[in-house]
Design a protein around this ligand. Structure first.
Ligand SMILES: C[S@@+](CC[C@H](N)C(=O)[O-])C[C@H]1O[C@@H](n2cnc3c(N)ncnc32)[C@H](O)[C@@H]1O
Length: 453
């Protein structure tokens, strides 16, 4: 019987979805972060549930050949990455196998993965940095990343996934705060001023936006602060204050004040231009996003004559990306502001053949079909992690568009939805895109063709 604080030597028999090692002892399945299949390791049990336990890696007794020395000093403390102890190519193989296994379980057969779109340089890819600012146990100002499953801030100076220009801007802001005794937020009692420093970059335009998330509007030395940051970082095009004085884990409040520049920046995905405002969603790895969208458009086999539904469209990026090759695009998305951005993005790109609708796909889609009597030829489906709503799948099965291109950030919900679509569709191709190197996440693109066509 396994108990908390037991120290054991175990063989790692598999890797789980987040890259964690899996061992089996006395009917218990033990999950051990940073352990790799094939290794023998020494662990300490930190948590025990009924038949599941969690271990902490104490030492590697027999090492896997895919183990590497993590390139990040804060790796074992930070909650961000979880695959930096594995060779990049091997981590891709691990993700591919994890997707294959998940699909096999749901579809009861093996399905081939046609391609894995890797990153040439899997570092510094994120275009949006959000560092919490606070106080440490000695009452000193800190900025960095949250430790795994906690709100303790681990100071960080070289995060391997954040854009390096953004990191420099954040460090310069932090240095100014320190030099001028500007306080960080104390979660314990709700005092202190700066809660987060957010830095976003348009990697194609080289425009940077800085957002100070504050506990009150009053930022001391504001003019000097602005001057220092823009002088040290000429790419900074706008600086915004955001008010968040609530006791909440949500990072951004609703109100913004632009204190320098226009309050937004632009970026390009392919040849399409997108506006990025403080609250607007934008894919965080633009290099891989372009590859993902290109593959989605390729799978859609567009001739220019198709009516396309872009379901779960966010700020309209996929539809806008595909708009040159389509007759008409209709996007549906639940967040009203995202639809505002989608409409504006269409305008910026002078796109006349895209319309966007606010609401839940499961409600808006049947209404739209009923009112407009339009049937799509191709559907892009890009749902959140939980996958598609059952009603939405049912509606699509009823109207049976010729082709569905399903983009998914969660293999488990993808597998479940594909098993439903298989009633009328053939899974023709699957590509994976490594949008978040160093982490266990993986994006899939699936081409579904109606059977018998
Ligand atoms: C994975 S994101 C895709 C965004 C966009 N397609 C892109 O590539 O950036 C999923 C989107 O679905 C939206 N969403 C979640 N549930 C929804 C629902 N029931 N109906 C419509 N949109 C929904 C979310 O707000 C989010 O913007």
């Amino acid at each position: 019987m396994i108990q908390k604080n037991d120290e054991l030597e175990v063989e790692i028999v598999d890797n789980g979805f987040e890259g964690e090692g899996i061992a089996k002892v006395d009917d218990f399945v033990i999950f051990i972060p940073e352990a790799i299949a094939g290794e023998k390791v020494k662990i300490k049990i930190v948590k025990v549930n009924k038949k599941i336990a969690y271990g902490k890696l104490l030492g590697v007794l027999k090492s896997s050949e895919i183990r590497v020395v993590p390139d990040c000093e804060t790796y074992s403390k930070c909650g961000g990455c979880n695959l930096r102890h594995i060779d990049y190519q091997a981590s891709l193989e691990m993700k591919k196998n994890a997707v294959k296994n998940t699909l096999r379980k749901a579809l009861k057969r093996d399905v081939a993965i046609n391609d894995m779109m890797a990153m040439e340089n899997p570092c510094y890819y994120r275009n949006k940095l959000q560092y919490p600012v606070g106080v440490n146990e000695n009452g000193e100002l800190v900025m960095g990343v949250y430790a795994s499953r906690s709100h303790r801030i681990v100071p960080t100076t070289d995060c391997k996934i954040q854009n390096q220009d953004c990191q420099k801007v954040a460090q310069d802001c932090f240095a100014f705060m320190k030099a001028h005794s500007i306080s960080g937020y104390n979660e314990a009692n709700g005092t202190g001023l700066v809660r987060h420093i957010i830095v976003r970059i348009g990697v194609k335009t080289d425009e940077i936006m800085v957002i100070f998330v504050l506990n009150s509007w009053d930022l001391p030395y504001q003019e000097e602060f602005i001057k220092t940051i823009i002088t040290q970082n000429p790419k900074v095009k706008t600086i915004v204050k955001n008010l968040n004085n609530k006791n909440t884990n949500v990072i951004l409040g609703r109100e913004n004040q632009t204190i320098y520049g226009d309050g937004f920046i632009y970026d390009y995905l392919g040849d399409k231009k997108f506006k990025i405002s403080p609250l607007s969603f934008y894919q965080v790895n633009p290099i891989q996003t372009v590859k993902l969208y290109q593959r989605a458009v390729e799978y859609a086999e567009l001739t220019g004559e198709e009516t396309i539904f872009d379901l779960y469209c966010g700020v309209g990026t996929i539809g806008i990306f595909a708009s040159n090759k389509a007759k008409q695009i209709y996007g549906i998305e639940t967040i009203e502001n995202a639809i505002k951005d989608a409409r504006e993005n269409a305008k910026i790109n002078n796109i006349q053949n895209a319309e966007f609708f606010v609401g839940d796909v499961e409600n808006v889609l049947p209404q739209f079909l009923e009112e407009r009597k339009i049937k799509p030829d191709v559907v892009f489906l890009d749902p959140p992690r939980r996958g598609c709503d059952r009603t939405a799948v049912q509606t699509l099965l009823e109207i049976t568009p010729k082709r569905i291109v399903y983009i998914s950030c969660n293999p488990a919900s993808l597998a479940r939805d594909l098993s439903l679509f298989e009633e009328k569709y053939e899974i023709q191709k699957i590509s994976l895109c490594d949008m978040f190197p160093g982490t266990g996440h993986i994006e899939s693109v699936v081409k579904l063709e109606v059977k018998g066509e």
